[in-house]
Design a protein around this ligand. Structure first.
Ligand code: NI
Length: 210
């Protein structure tokens, strides 16, 4: 192959890679903007329709149907991730668990930590159950069909996508937020990555107090 031709190929590969990176950054920024635009809805609906959350039909670790009503009357701490996640998901779920351990027992009784997988192809009911329980005994793991997970993800404005790995397997790109939903299932507030457990505990306490 001639040198100029080789250089052209290299150039196209670089352009292609840059394009993919831009697409991904654009997708993440879009999701982030949507959340920021929504803002906290702490007035309990006065500001209009909640922008995050809504009905979902998923499957719990025992293979039973679980919906948003399953957690009715409790404050939910919802996190979307996947059990094969090497670092971000375990870190964030440990933060949720730490936050709950900072709460008095009567408040803990009114809090439901919920882990929802965005990798339903690999995350079976048994797997999400075991994984969630690893972080906290109260944590509930949910999965479902790809369509069910897509509905839940859309309601919470979660971006996720499969990405092939060099080993021939795949990993999941996904947004990482901890959502606090009030006792009526309405969006209360959310936390970004690496938030302090103390801050999250305060929010859970305030949400439980109503
Ligand atoms: Ni993750």
């Amino acid at each position: 192959m001639s040198e100029p031709k080789k250089r052209n190929i290299v150039r196209w590969v670089i352009f292609g890679f840059a394009g993919i990176c831009l697409l991904f950054a654009g997708g993440a920024a879009y999701v982030a903007l949507q959340i920021i635009e929504g803002g906290p809805n702490q007035e309990g609906g006065i500001m209009g329709q909640p922008t995050v959350g809504g009905p979902f039909v998923l499957v719990n670790g025992n293979g039973e149907t679980a919906t948003e009503k399953t957690f009715g009357g409790k404050v939910m701490a919802v996190y979307f991730g996947f059990t094969y996640c090497p670092d971000v998901c375990p870190t964030e779920l440990a933060i949720v668990a730490d936050a709950i351990d900072l709460l008095p027992a009567d408040v803990v009784a009114d809090v439901a930590p919920v882990f929802i997988t965005i990798d339903p192809d690999r995350d079976t009911p048994e797997l999400v159950k075991e994984y969630a329980a690893n972080f906290h005994e109260n944590m509930v793991g949910l999965t479902g069909t790809p369509e069910q997970v897509a509905v839940a993800g859309k309601a919470y404005r979660v971006y996720y996508a499969k990405r092939e790995t060099e080993s021939g397997s795949y990993t999941m790109d996904h947004t990482s937020y901890i959502y606090i939903m009030d006792k009526q299932g309405r969006y209360y507030r959310h936390f970004r990555m690496n938030s302090a457990p103390e801050e999250i505990a305060e929010a859970l306490k305030a949400a439980v107090a109503g």
